[in-house]
Design a protein around this ligand. Structure first.
Ligand SMILES: NC(=O)c1ccc[n+]([C@@H]2O[C@H](COP(=O)([O-])OP(=O)(O)OC[C@H]3O[C@@H](n4cnc5c(N)ncnc54)[C@H](O)[C@@H]3O)[C@@H](O)[C@H]2O)c1
Length: 324
């Protein structure tokens, strides 16, 4: 970004949000955070609170009054606040839908009513649902299971967010950019809401059993939070990015079983590796996708997209964080 701007980061006290806020403050921007601290924490941004360019509001994106006070002065919105994590969404289905659908709509509606600042929307690879085509391009169909399974609430809500955002772009010319994150990891990510890597690292360091949900043959691609933050910083600057959806992640594929072994090896842990059926870990009838690999062609054509950390390096960073 050429000159310092006033930027709102919803969910700025969360994992990715806190890294983004840090990155923006380093580049002299004036940063506003709205976070209800439901899964985020003041600890994630404590080291930044003394910066006079940071304005931290504890509150919800469902509070239109609060949004109405902050948003008129904002030039760019990174909308990251959401109910996140499969486990959290299954345990809090109603709150999750309200936050992810109504909260996102509040942001879009207000941005449109005001001076139409650029709005970046954090979406997820979960929108692809059970589509395990390799690699997944942005146009790949979404294949979802039954709505009787709470698990599909997250995917559905992010899908609705994307549709809302694109409708605002097409009908109202609101400049929106949508990023679908694929398993983003790094320091400050909590393992409490179903995120696999911090959970494995914590278990390994404590000498507890490393618990794999399902048969462990499912694959994922883990990306480094620093790479994601620097990508979305540059992406919102590109005019052709507006009204577009981008996969943002890494395409290095690893099975969850291999991930568990790698965590065990790097931590030097004596933990055993055990398997827990999905139904016991989540809910009856739980469905998972076998593979989820992003096609990164589009983002690479749009910005100079670089991946600085592979899976091993990411694991090491998470270990260092928990060890500290
Ligand atoms: N981490 C990943 O691997 C991943 C993958 C795909 C998509 N995403 C998306 O990235 C964004 C950030 O996720 P994260 O991993 O940092 O999770 P996170 O839980 O650490 O961050 C979400 C933040 O939003 C806040 N929040 C929740 N409801 C709110 C509300 N009603 N009002 C205000 N704040 C609220 C939480 O307190 C938290 O600080 C989310 O939109 C998520 O869906 C993350």
């Amino acid at each position: 970004m050429s000159s310092p701007s006033r930027i709102l980061v919803t969910g700025g006290a969360g994992f990715i949000g806190s890294h983004l806020v840090e990155y923006l403050l380093e580049r002299q921007h004036e940063v506003y955070i709205i976070d209800d601290l439901s899964t985020g924490s003041v600890d994630n941004i404590r080291h930044l609170l003394s910066d006079s360019r940071l304005h931290f509001y504890v509150g919800s994106i469902l509070d239109q009054g609060m949004l109405g006070k902050i948003m008129p002065q904002i030039e760019l919105v990174y909308h990251l606040a959401a109910a996140v994590g499969v486990k959290y969404v299954i345990q809090n289905p109603l709150k999750s839908l309200e936050t992810n659908i109504l909260g996102t709509h509040n942001i879009l509606q207000l941005a449109n009513k005001l001076h139409k600042p650029t709005v970046f929307i954090a979406s997820s690879s979960e929108v692809y649902g059970k589509n395990d085509t390799v690699p997944l391009s942005e146009e790949a169909p979404r294949i979802l299971g039954s709505s009787t399974l709470a698990r599909w609430g997250y995917s559905s809500s992010k899908g609705v967010d994307e549709l809302f955002s694109l409708a605002y772009y097409r009908e109202k010319k609101l400049p929106v950019v949508i990023g679908r994150f694929f398993n983003t990891c790094g320091k400050r990510q909590s393992g409490a809401y179903g995120m696999v890597l911090p959970r494995f690292v914590k278990q390994a360091l404590l000498g507890q059993s490393i618990t794999i949900f399902g048969d462990g043959k499912q694959t994922r691609c883990f990306s480094y939070v620093g790479d994601i933050v620097s990508a979305i910083y540059r992406l919102v600057e590109v005019p052709q990015a507006r009204g577009n959806v981008f996969n943002i992640g890494n395409n290095e594929e690893i099975t969850i079983e291999e991930l568990a072994r790698l965590v065990k090896e790097i931590t030097g842990s004596a933990s055993d590796i055990v398997y827990i059926p999905y139904e016991k870990a989540y809910e009856k009838g739980f469905e998972d996708m076998k593979r989820r690999v992003p096609d990164l062609t589009k983002i690479k054509q749009t910005i100079d997209y670089t991946i600085t950390k592979d899976c091993r390096a990411i694991i090491q960073e998470v270990i260092d964080y928990f060890t500290e």
